[in-house]
Design a protein around this ligand. Structure first.
Ligand SMILES: C[S@@+](CC[C@H](N)C(=O)[O-])C[C@H]1O[C@@H](n2cnc3c(N)ncnc32)[C@H](O)[C@@H]1O
Length: 262
């Protein structure tokens, strides 16, 4: 199998910090450097760090179609990978690129595109930057409408129903993974939601979406999450509600890893 990371298996004992199990219990967010962690709906830097360690090599190109505060771009830059991030909101993109530039390292190229990841012209950016294809795509879409990111109708958090969410996300998968190199990987970080008194297993719907598009499912990882900004300081209230009613409080999200073998 051709190499898709820089791990030297002969030194396998030295990689005790690299996850190999399907349960990731991360107790503290890495808030070092420009990872400020104040963007509502961001993920912890350890997620892209672990994935880039396992699935990318130095100088590879990584694509993040939901760049937000740029957590994966910052990690890519620190790990001497190159990255392209796409973000719908111009203001978010500008603030993110400004922060990333504070940690600039001359070995990495970090590029941003403002637009809808489902329709934006990625090829022309690739052409002008001399990018042949991407070696990893990391998806961290809105968990449908749990957090409303903007008023833009193209924003996945404004999808009107589940079918609309799946169709719109499907277009984003198509528009981005066509530039993913054959035999390389992509990952989707997503949680479930609760509405109308039942669980909507968004994670599994998204997993199916990739499988319907012929991606090979390589991993289903469950990652804990602690206090979300939305539930901040309301633990007791949520515990009371759960005990009184018939639901469990979400404490996990999924990381699905897929291989593109076509
Ligand atoms: C869950 S957040 C990603 C957060 C990011 N991983 C971080 O750590 O900051 C999703 C982001 O996708 C953006 N977004 C939503 N729909 C989009 C679309 N159609 N195209 C591009 N970006 C979109 C939102 O504005 C939001 O910033």
């Amino acid at each position: 199998m051709p190499k898709f990371n820089d791990i030297d298996e002969k030194l396998w004992r030295d990689y005790s910090d690299v996850e190999t199990g399907s349960l990731w219990l991360i107790d503290k967010r890495d808030n070092s450097g420009v990872h400020v962690g104040d963007y509502h709906g961001n993920f912890v830097p350890q997620i892209p760090h672990q994935l880039f360690t396992r699935y990318t090599k130095k100088n590879d190109w990584i694509l993040d179609p939901f760049m937000g505060s740029g957590t994966s771009l910052i990690e890519a830059q620190r790990m001497k990978r190159n990255a392209v991030g796409i973000e719908l909101q111009q203001k978010v993109l500008e603030e993110t690129m400004q922060r990333i530039s504070l940690e600039e390292n001359s070995e990495s190229k970090i590029i941003s595109i403002c637009g809808d990841s489902g329709t934006v012209d990625i090829k022309s950016v690739m052409n002008s930057a001399g990018i042949k294809n991407f070696q990893f795509v990391i998806f961290h879409p809105p968990y449908w409408d749990i957090i409303k990111f903007s008023d833009n109708p193209q924003d996945l958090s404004n999808c009107t129903n589940l079918e609309d969410f799946k169709n719109s996300f499907g277009k984003i998968i198509d528009n981005t993974t066509r530039f993913l190199e054959k035999n390389r990987y992509c990952a989707c970080v997503i949680g479930d939601k609760y509405s109308d008194s039942r669980v909507i297993p968004l994670g599994f719907y998204c997993m199916e979406l990739f499988m319907e598009k012929n991606f090979l499912l390589k991993a289903v990882i469950v990652k804990n999450f602690g206090e979300t900004k939305g539930k901040n300081n309301h633990q007791n209230l949520w515990r009371y509600r759960a005990l009184k009613n018939d639901f469990y409080i979400f404490k996990h999200e999924y990381i699905f890893v897929f291989k593109k073998n076509f």
